[in-house]
Design a protein around this ligand. Sequence first.
Ligand code: SF4
Length: 152
Amino acid sequence: MKKILVSGCLYGWNVRYDGRDIPCLDKRFLKWKEEGRLIPFCPEVFGGLETPRPDSQRVDGKILTRTGLDVTEEFLKGAVEMARLAKENEIAFAIMKENSPSCGSNFIYDGSFTDIKIPGEGLAAEILRKEGFIVFSENQIDEAEKMLEEME
Ligand code: SF4
């Protein structure tokens, strides 16, 4: 059975910066969860950041908190581990939380902390793609389902 790497907060873990989850309730995602196909992971928590934690955004090649603290190293540690897990489990693809500075795969916040989103990737999604993995967001379950059907 092909595995799918997923953001921990989509899986139902309370690991977001605000201490909450944001579970994906799509029935296909829930079916994959029940099958044991999903591998949940939170790169920011793995990187050593606390929950809850200050929100962060990508700014000029770094990742900074709202107050300007540089957390790039912690984000990078988690992103590298996520790519290692992807390889170890020979995943079909990943499904990751859109807009996150780690997990966003199509959009992220623009670094101004003013709620403006721009096309872009979080650090973990970027590294996964550089390693050759396909990353979908929770808004692309149709595409993910189609790809899984083609693989199996
Ligand atoms: S880093 Fe990814 S998995 Fe962790 S809370 Fe943020 S979006 Fe969810």
